[in-house]
Ligand binder design. Structure first.
Ligand SMILES: CCCCC/C=C\C/C=C\C/C=C\C/C=C\CCCC(=O)SCCNC(=O)CCNC(=O)[C@H](O)C(C)(C)COP(=O)(O)OP(=O)(O)OC[C@H]1O[C@@H](n2cnc3c(N)ncnc32)[C@H](O)[C@@H]1OP(=O)(O)O
Length: 231
């Protein structure tokens, strides 16, 4: 086996272990918010869970430190709060690019509840921000959201397969690019997205409009300390 194959195998192994823990903690979170067991049982589970924490934090990363799952060039965030298999707070949403559109699928449990039986509006915004980000990133230049607005047309049901779709719209006509002064290579992109149930994809429950920019060199330096933020 070559050194590169060795590293790939190690990375796959690491990601699988991280996904396993993510799934287990996600199941724990789901159980915690649906549980109606007695108080003594809640307290004993709380104590048992608290005891597990030090075994994870024995080796930890800090802000700005890259996790072992995301080596340079991987372009993927294993702990992303929407799509990351390693992040228990992520449903996780499964995203595919279909004819230039980003299409996400997921089922949201009671941990994401806003109105009883329905998804919290802030969670819908989170999912849409991510899917718009994918639509923007599909052109090969991942960016940052600079504005996001939503219209909640109907309540989004929990425990129901959902479909989240994002695509790019027209850019601002005639807006000068910042390329000359700042090294920006283009204008903000407009992205549009929707949430519907998988069974009724044409019935839009939430609609989003967002603007994305690709940060220029100075901005990357200021915000991320120079490291290519997308890699
Ligand atoms: C986010 C990591 C993504 C990594 C993913 C990597 C790989 C994955 C592959 C595919 C992608 C898939 C998924 C994407 C994932 C997630 C999506 C969620 C994304 C987010 O959740 S991201 C967090 C929220 N978001 C922020 O945290 C931004 C905070 N905000 C700022 O940090 C500043 O705001 C900044 C630096 C943007 C500008 O601040 P500044 O001071 O430098 O500029 P200034 O305000 O003076 O702008 C004067 C006028 O120029 C325009 N302008 C400025 N820069 C420009 C540029 N580069 N290009 C074109 N136009 C530009 C302005 O829009 C304005 O225009 P106007 O006046 O018309 O509004």
């Amino acid at each position: 086996m070559t050194q590169q194959e060795d590293q790939q195998e190690e990375l796959a192994e690491r990601r699988a272990a991280v996904a396993e823990l993510g799934a287990a903690v996600r199941a724990l979170t789901d159980a915690a918010v649906v549980s109606e067991v007695d108080d003594a049982t809640l307290r004993s589970v709380a104590a048992a869970v608290a005891e597990l924490v030090p075994s994870l934090t024995a080796a930890r990363r800090e802000r700005h430190e890259r996790p072992a799952t995301d080596p340079p060039g991987s372009g993927h965030r294993w702990y992303n709060p929407v799509i990351g298999a390693g992040n228990p707070m992520a449903p996780p949403v499964h995203v595919e690019l279909v004819d230039g559109r980003a299409v996400g699928t997921c089922v949201l449990g009671l941990a994401y509840e806003g109105p009883r039986g329905y998804v919290h509006g802030g969670i819908s915004a989170l999912l849409l921000d991510q899917i718009l980000g994918h639509a923007h990133g599909a052109s090969g230049r991942p960016g940052m959201t600079i504005s996001l607005s939503l219209r909640y047309r109907g309540p989004v049901p929990l425990n129901t397969p959902l479909r989240i779709t994002g695509w790019l719209g027209e850019s601002d006509p005639g807006r000068p690019s910042d390329a000359d002064d700042h090294g920006d290579d283009r204008q903000p992109s407009h992205a549009i997205g929707t949430i519907s149930t998988a069974d009724e994809p044409d019935s839009v429950l939430v609609e989003a409009r967002g603007k994305f920019i690709v940060p220029n060199r100075k901005q990357v330096q200021r915000i991320f300390g120079g490291e290519d933020f997308a890699r």
